[in-house]
Design a protein around this ligand. Structure first.
Ligand code: ZN
Length: 323
């Protein structure tokens, strides 16, 4: 009898407490989702971003972290590791603040949505539509988490936000900014990464005919001449410490690897070439300018167990991350 009473008592307690447990659970979730919407981090004068939509010419005002959802989801594949996405979120946040702080390239906006000019951005609606339907919710949640869980985090050098540049795939080693744009930043060094070769952006090839090469060169250099019967009509003169082309000679013109990349539309300045009959084949390693954080490298490092702070400090030298 005592035993039955005990069980009865236990069941009654359960009946009373279950709804409380569940209600509390829902309450907690509600508070969390409200926080993501309402409790914005105070970034002071960088709290609101004026974003120029290049297609329509419209300028939209967004709070910094909401703007970053669109940047991170556009700049990095959502199937990358969470720590890589977080490293991307902090880099993009820092890059954004650096750009505004050092004078926007736009008159009526802080940044535009063009990756070649400022930083890629995509609306939630367009982003979702491009993901497979059964992955949409999971992917968007991942992006939002990467931004929210790094809220307020900014990369600093000497207490100042850094020019947190990033690129797709360094092809094994990153480049200094000096070799790409001429500006020298102490936090951009040559950094070697293993694991990037597992990504499709690691290898690429571009082929052009001899005639196409002549046309392209003449557009830029009217004095251009080349004698394809000479074995060294195209040659690499010098490499940078990261293994990219520093100087090359094409006919009578000397040009940098960065310039050759642009002229022949190559994915990076780390390349070799072959001349086969009428065709010049460029064999390219890596994708992007190669300065700062490598996105594929970040994913590879995350897979090796590194967290986002370690990834950031791996690619940007001697930096601190704000609390
Ligand atoms: Zn822009």
């Amino acid at each position: 009898m005592k035993k039955i009473l005990f069980y009865l008592f236990f069941v009654i307690i359960l009946i009373i407490t279950m709804p409380i447990i569940f209600t509390n659970k829902f309450k907690t979730e509600e508070v969390i989702s409200n926080q993501t919407v309402e409790e914005k981090f105070d970034y002071g004068k960088y709290s609101t971003i004026k974003l120029l939509h290049t297609e329509t010419g419209e300028v939209e005002e967004l709070d910094l972290d909401s703007y970053l959802y669109g940047v991170v989801s556009s700049e990095m594949p959502a199937n990358f590791e969470m720590e890589a996405l977080k490293a991307q979120a902090v880099s993009a946040r820092t890059y954004t603040i650096y750009q505004i702080k050092n004078g926007s390239k736009h008159e009526n906006a802080d940044l535009c949505d063009n990756s070649a000019h400022c930083q890629a951005w995509i609306s939630k609606e367009n982003r979702m539509a491009r993901w497979e339907e059964d992955l949409r919710e999971e992917y968007w949640k991942k992006i939002v988490t990467a931004v929210n869980e790094t809220k307020g985090k900014i990369i600093l050098y000497n207490n100042e936000p850094i020019n947190a540049l990033f690129h797709s795939n360094s092809g094994g080693s990153t480049e200094t900014s000096l070799n790409v744009w001429g500006g020298d930043f102490p936090y951009f060094q040559v950094v070697e990464t293993s694991g990037e070769e597992a990504y499709t952006s690691y290898n690429s090839e571009t082929q052009i005919t001899k005639d196409e090469l002549i046309t392209i060169m003449l557009e830029k250099y009217s004095e251009f001449k080349i004698d394809f019967s000479k074995e060294d009509c195209i040659k690499i003169v010098e490499y940078t410490d990261s293994g990219r082309i520093k100087k090359m000679q094409i006919g009578n013109i000397e040009l940098s690897g960065v310039e050759a990349r642009k002229l022949f539309n190559l994915k990076s300045a780390k390349f070799n070439f072959e001349i086969n009959g009428d065709v010049i084949k460029f064999i390219v390693t890596g994708y992007g300018h190669g300065v700062g954080l490598s996105q594929c490298g970040s994913d590879a490092l995350a897979k090796q167990g590194k967290n986002y702070e370690e990834i950031i400090k791996y690619y940007y030298k001697d930096v601190e991350i704000s609390e």
